[in-house]
Each structure stands twice: as structure tokens, then as C-alpha cells.
Design a protein around this ligand. Structure first.
Ligand code: FEH
Ligand code: ZN
Ligand code: ZN
Length: 346
């Protein structure tokens, strides 16, 4: 079968043929219908020879939707042909976190030779994908797989981040969404669907700010030396209650700190590698809380797919056949994508 592979750490991705896997005890084989492309795939490809804490080669793709093609012995909770989305952060399955459906915070992460689908284990940028357990499969019903696949990360990650700071997102609150890309545009929709908070979108690109407006942002603004003043003014002068930083660079973290209300929450979602000094006195306001959420939980994926099926979420998708996956990677890297690239086996 065709697959987009990382052949080894520090090597470029290749489109190649690999053997189609067969499910063993407890495993499920899916025929892939869609696989989302994420900035983290670039981090995987750019990890260099030292790589990440799991071995290569493997097939890329951690945002997956498809249909059950075959099941291994003892698998009873899915049937052939079932349309499903895949929960991507596969943990050990035995620790208290995994038992609570929080594989994203598995206690044994450091011991595992993988982080999940397309992350040390073969992922979904292929014709078929092997899922280690049916517990990772979420039924999607009539939801378009090209919508469902990116929701497993691009929607699940902001959903998890938002759920963790819901108490700060009540009536009269304000929230800044910094970075209106694959995750940010869904964050705006989730905030509008689930909270009364007023949403301020920040991005450097005009087309991203237009997307923010379409997604329901109450205000959208570019990034300049004046942006924290704009956000402070829009929030009544005291700063925003929550900042969701989907970029995470030095400049966006500085902007976040300068825009946050006292006792506000700074949520760093983006892996831009930026630094922010945490000291008193310092750039952060009194009472500030900082969090670095990662992906989302298995129960939250059920909630996200339910939001998707209700029509409350719409993913801006740019479709690519698997045969053009390397072009999709190039377009992601050059910042030319409008929305989330989704790879479809051809
Ligand atoms: C996936 C794998 C590794 C790092 C970060 C990610 C995110 O895309 C998950 O939301
Ligand atoms: Zn991702
Ligand atoms: Zn675990």
C-alpha cells in the first residue's frame, strides 16, 4: 500500500509502498478516508538525526478518519464498515491516566517507544492504518471524514485547552486567540459555541483575520507594537481574562503577557519554542496562571465529534490526494495553506 513515511530521523519524507498490515489480537485495521496534516508533522520531519524519543521509520499522520476494514481476534465493539475517527495520543493503556482516557498525559510516556499514531507508530497518511485498540475509535456517523480527521487534533487540542479554563470564560469575560490557523480557527468556533466570552483574534495575515471573522470573532486585529493596547482597550482597559496562544514564540508570549488581566490565564498551545521569564515583579500580571496543555482526552474527542455532527464546527479544509502529499507538506512549510491540509488516499 502507498504511505507517506519518515524513513529515518533527519531524512526527508518519502511516498513509498509498504506492506498492508493485518490486525492481531485487539487491533483494528482501518481503510483511511482522510488524514490531516499538522505543524507537528513538520516538527517530526525537522527533528534531525537526534529525532524524538521514539524510533523511526514510521508512516506519518496523527489526524485520521476511515472505515473498519478488518478486526483482530477478540475485537467486538466495532463492525466492518463502521465510519470512525481515531484518538491519536496512544498511551500505555494501563496507568491511571490512560485508564481515565487521558492517554495524552500517560504516566509512562517516557518509557514508550512511541507517542501515538504517526508518532513512532504507523499513522494515517496511507491507504490503511492499524489501530492498537478499538478504545481509540470514535464513531462519526454521517460526519464527513474530511471534517472528522482534522477534528481529532485541530479541534480536540483547543477544546481541551478551553475546557481547562472554562471558569475564567464566563459572562462578561474576554479571550484572545493568538494565531488563527488550523487550531485557532476551530478555537474561535468552540469558544462561540460553548462560552459567552468575547473573542478577540490576533494574526499577522489578512486572510487569517478574515477567517477569524467568519468563525465568529468579535474583534480581529493584526500584530504590531500596539496590539496589547488594542486588546486591553477592547477588554475594558484591564486586559483579557484568557489568552490562548496557538503560536508560542517569544513575540506572541510577550504579547500574551502584556495583554493578560490580573488573575488571568495564559494557555500556551503552540510549539513555537518561545521563552517567557516567570518572575516577580515581571512581565506577567499578579495572579497570572500559565498552562501548557497537550492534545486532548478520549472523552473530549467524543464531545468534539458530537459538536462536529451538530454542525457547530466547520474545518476549513484544503484537500490533497495521497499522491500529492509531498506538495501538501511543501505548502504547509511555506505558509501557503488556507486552512487544514487533508490527505485523501487516491
Ligand atoms: C503531536 C505530536 C507531538 C507534538 C505535538 C503534537 C500536537 O499536534 C498534538 O496536538
Ligand atoms: Zn497535531
Ligand atoms: Zn499510560
Amino acid at each position: 500500500m502507498r504511505a507517506l513515511r519518515l524513513p529515518g530521523w533527519g531524512l526527508p519524507a518519502i511516498l513509498t509502498d509498504v506492506e498492508r498490515p493485518s490486525p492481531r489480537d485487539g487491533e483494528v485495521l482501518l481503510r483511511v478516508e482522510a488524514a490531516g496534516l499538522c505543524h507537528s508533522d513538520l516538527h517530526v520531519l525537522d527533528a534531525g538525526p537526534a529525532g524524538m524519543p521514539f524510533p523511526a521509520p514510521f508512516t506519518l499522520g496523527h489526524e485520521i478518519a476511515g472505515r473498519v476494514e478488518a478486526v483482530g481476534p477478540a475485537v467486538t465493539d466495532v463492525a466492518l464498515g463502521d465510519p470512525v475517527a481515531v484518538y491519536g495520543p496512544w498511551g500505555c493503556g494501563e496507568c491511571p491516566r490512560c485508564r481515565a482516557g487521558m492517554d495524552n498525559y500517560c504516566d509512562r510516556r517516557a518509557e514508550l517507544p512511541w507517542a501515538g499514531a504517526g508518532l513512532g507508530r504507523d499513522g494515517g497518511m496511507a491507504e490503511y492504518v492499524l489501530v492498537p485498540s478499538a478504545r481509540h475509535l470514535e464513531p462519526i456517523g454521517e460526519l464527513d471524514p474530511l471534517q472528522a480527521a482534522p477534528m481529532t487534533d485541530a479541534a480536540l487540542t483547543p477544546y481541551h485547552a478551553i475546557q481547562r479554563c472554562r471558569p475564567a470564560l464566563g459572562e462578561g469575560s474576554t479571550v484572545a486567540v493568538i494565531g488563527v490557523g488550523g487550531l485557532g480557527h476551530l478555537a474561535i468556533q468552540i469558544l462561540r459555541a460553548m462560552t459567552p466570552s468575547r473573542v478577540f483574534a490576533v494574526d499577522v495575515r489578512d486572510e487569517a483575520l478574515s477567517l477569524a471573522d467568519r468563525c465568529g470573532a468579535h474583534l480581529s486585529t493584526g500584530i504590531s507594537g500596539d496590539t496589547s493596547r488594542v486588546l486591553r482597550t477592547a477588554s475594558g482597559g484591564h486586559g483579557v481574562d484568557v489568552v490562548l496562544d496557538f503560536v508560542g514564540t517569544d513575540s506572541t508570549l510577550d504579547l500574551s503577557a502584556g495583554s493578560l488581566r490580573a488573575d488571568g490565564e495564559l494557555v500556551v498551545v503552540g510549539s513555537g519554542g518561545g521563552r517567557l521569564s516567570v518572575r516577580k515583579p515581571g512581565a506577567l500580571p499578579q495572579g497570572a496562571r500559565i498552562s501548557l496543555p497537550f492534545w486532548g482526552t478520549r472523552p473530549e474527542l467524543t464531545e468534539v465529534i458530537s459538536l462536529g455532527r451538530s454542525g457547530a464546527l466547520h474545518v476549513e479544509v484544503e484537500r490533497f490526494p495521497l499522491s500529492a502529499a509531498l506538495e501538501a507538506l511543501a505548502r504547509l512549510r511555506s505558509g501557503q495553506l488556507k486552512g487544514r491540509a487533508v490527505i485523501v488516499p487516491d
